[in-house]
Every structure is written in structure tokens, then in C-alpha cells.
Ligand binder design. Sequence first.
Ligand code: PRX
Length: 548
Amino acid sequence: MEGLPGGKGLNIAHEAVDRHADGPLRDHVALRWLGSEGATRDFTYGELKGQSNRFANVLRGLGIGKGDTVSVLADRIPELYIAALGTLKNTSVFCPLFSAFGPEPIYQRLSKGDAKVLVTSQRRYSQKVSHLMDTLPKLQHVLLVDAEDHLGKGLLSLPRLLAESSEVFSIPPTDPEDSAFLHFTSGTTGMPKGAIHVHNAVLTHYVTGKYVMDFHPGDIFWCTADPGWITGTSYGIVAPLLHGITNIIDEADFDAMRWCHILESEKVSIWYTAPTAIRRFMRLSLEPSRHYDLRHLRVIHSVGEPLNPEAVVWGQKAMGLPIHDNWWQTETGGIMIANFPAMEIRPGSMGRPIPGVEAAIVRRIDKDTVEVIEEPEIQGDLALRPGWPSMFRGYLHDEERYRKCFVGGWYLTGDLAKRDADGYFWFVGRADDIIKTSGHMVGPFEVESTLMEHPAVAEAGVIGKPDPLIGEIVKAFVALKPGINPSEELRLELIGFARKKLGSAVAPKEIDFQPNLPKNKAGKIMRRLLKARELGLPEGDLSTLENN
Ligand code: PRX
């Protein structure tokens, strides 16, 4: 890494693209895009520089500047990557929206994120956004990736704007502490929180790319995560480009055969994927290494949910390589704990903290104090010592929620874990009600609020129900308004209602009716109890239960 020329600071896009484009890697493939219909497009570092410069000039021409939020709602298409890098060059803030979100999660994030620009397609705009425009006064420009011409005021053709813009752009001075990314993540009690990341995060991306991912010149890397989530930006865009290697992007959704084919034909050497995908392979009893030529594959990594020990063993047998689990979260901006390629893997463990990161298991004493648990094998809260470069710098407009994450000099991750005598960390579960479904975070409150909007619903409580394939499924319990009777028809209507508003990534897959939901004395629905009852587990301390 070198910093901006002339000592003008540190900009992620300069480190990831321009530095290589202006050097010996100019003609090396930076991005190889595989379209779902079979097309392939390569972008060299030189081309990526030109394209992202054009996008930065588009923003500048529209009067979008430093700190302004640029949101993207798109499939994994080249424009998404160009927009991300161009936004960083313009010192604006890139905010991705997962393409399977429905209008409600999109509205929450555009509105709370103060989005000024949205990059999307005509279909997504008309299905999910156009009816919200009146309630989004800050959103000034919608850039349509598939419109040949401008469609009206604020509804512009991105291809036309790009074609009319210069390929030359000089990155303005960028302070390492300037905001770069805004990633929304779910809370347990409120609406989503926008975690702010700064350009300095690039140091963590670089170091973890080198020591955890094991990037070397000539590597071909494939991160299967969608850039709607942070793994897909930190490791699906930034980290591989920083190292000047080739980054594979597959537009299509999961398909086991297609994925095996990509690993083989693209000669992928480092693969970063997720437990849900690995379990899908396992369920199909596929042994890819027997049927595909995977000799180029050197390391496999996994993240996002617990990786069962059997999956690590399966990797060795079916892929010819073990699977290296690592741990981090939206707030940490990059990998914090990992089974490094250079160390012994402990199947079922997340690994050990990366150099420079101090992790501990702590116990809460009171609201301002925690105590570090020194003895191994004791369960407690997983905590990190603040100060690593990619640490989030705040939740946008949520100072209070940000402050609450730090107690007694530690950042509390919200995860429960154990540490063994050799310093390996073992995931136990979440300390709160957040749901992980197919590796994606879902906040129960967001789902409950949407269900409550249905005229038949009096109360809703939402939990994650364990599922052997996708980790957890979103399950809702609903109490109906007086005089309304439960029926199969109403259940399906509610599922459809939630799906239309929230999208398939967030909506409940199961809904059960109950006459009343258990509440504590403050009137709060006790999700913990709903979950215990659903799973037939002990109900625990019921002293706070209403009407007890
Ligand atoms: O609960 C942990 C789980 O995913 C959470 C972070 O999710 P998100 O903010 O969406 O970040 C995605 C980037 C990884 C964590 O608090 N998690 C993440 N990695 C693991 C994990 N749970 C178990 N094992 C892991 N390796």
C-alpha cells in the first residue's frame, strides 16, 4: 500500500485499483464476471480504473460529493463493482442493498442511510422503489443500469452518463478517517443499524488478505458472498484487488454443478464461501474432487455461521482440502479470528485472533464493567479490544446504540463463545435474538413490525428456528385481533403479505397462530420463551412473565 500520490491521504479505491493500473498489473485481469446466461466479461486493472473514474465523474457531475450516500440495489453485475469503486474515489459513501430485499427493508435503509443516489435496474425500481419516492426526499438521482436514455427528472440512464463522462479522475484528498462504506445490519430490538466504515479499514483488508486468505501474485479468488452484505464488499471487492489478483464474480445464484464447474474452469486457487453452501454440497453427496479437476484449488475458507466439524472433515474428503473457518461481523469490517492456512485447524473452532487483534471471553459485572474470564473452556461474551483499523466508527444517527457496544474498554460482539487452553475460540451462539438464515442476518423486530401492519394481526413474535441446512429459518408467532379466526388461508395470506413487503431473504417461512403471546411484565414479547416452547426446551426463569 502506498497512500494517495502527493501525500494526500489514503483511499481504498486507489489502493485497490489505480495503484495497480498505473504499474505492471495494468493489463492483468482484475474482475472476471460470469453472467448467469453464459456471458463472460473481463476487466483489467487498467479498464477498471477507467470505468470507476467515469462513475466518479458521473457523481461529481450530479453534484454528489464527500460523505454523500450512494446506494446500489442490483444483482452481481459489473456496474455494481464499478459504482462501488467510483463512489470511494469520489469520497462518497457506498451503501449496498441486498437484491432479495423487499420494499420495506429497502425503504428503511435508503431513508436512514440518507441516500442521495440509487443505482438499480428499471424492473427493481418500478417493483420496489418508485412508490416510495415521495417519502424519500433526500434521494435525488436514480441511475438505471439498463435504460438507454434518461427517463425523466432524476431518473437517468447510467450507460449514457458513463459514456459521456471522462475516464480521467483525480481522487480528492482522502483522510483515512473519512467514511467509505455504510453497511446496514440488524438489531434485536430496533430497525436496522447503519455501521459506518472508513478508508483506514483497507489496512485490515490487506493484512487479512495476506495472512488469512493467503493471497499470492497470480491467485484466482472467488468469494461467493453477495455484496449486499459486508463479506461481499470487504472480500468480494476490496481485499483481492488490493493484492492485485483476479477476482471471480458469478452473477447466478447457488447451483452445486455450476459452482463445481466454475472452480474447475476458472482455475480458482482460493475459495471463500459459507456453511449453508457447504451443507448443500454435503446433502447432495457430491464429491467434487472426484469428478472435477480441482488441482488449482489451494485454500478454502468459510464464514458467517457456525461451520460444523463434519463440514471441515467433508472438505478434506470431497474437495481434497480442509475448510478454514473464520469469524467476524459487519461491525468489525474484516476478519478478526481465523484458522490461518499456516496453522493446525481445529474442526468446529473459529480459530485464533489475527495479529494485532486482542479477543477475550468476558463476563458482564454491571452496565459499565466486564471481567475477563482467564480460565479456558468457560462460556462468556466474545469481546474485542477496540482500535483495529476496520472497526466501525458508529451507527449512523444511532450514537446511543453505538456507545452501548463498548463496556469497560471492550467492544462486545453480541456473540457467546469459549476459548480453549491453546487460544482457539469456539462459537456458542448469539447473546441476543438476531436470526441467521442462509448466513444472512435478520432482525426479528423488522419482521414483527411488518406483520403488525396486517389488519388481522394483533401481536407478532419472531424467532430463528434451527434448520439443518440453512442454519435457522425465520418463524413467526401471531396473535390475531378479536373476532378473527385462524385459518390456513389467513396463514398463507400473511406469509404472502410479509414476503411482498420484506422480500424472500427476510420474510417468515413459517407462521403459527397463538391466542396470546407470552409477554414480560413490561409488555414485551418474550421471544426466548417462544423459542424454548417451539424447541421443547426448558422454559427457564419465568418470574418476569406477565400474568404469572
Ligand atoms: O454471530 C456471528 C456470526 O455472524 C455474525 C456476524 O454477521 P454479519 O454482521 O452479517 O457479518 C457477516 C460477516 C462475517 C457474528 O456475530 N458468525 C460469523 N462468522 C461466524 C459466525 N458464527 C459462527 N462461526 C463463524 N465463523
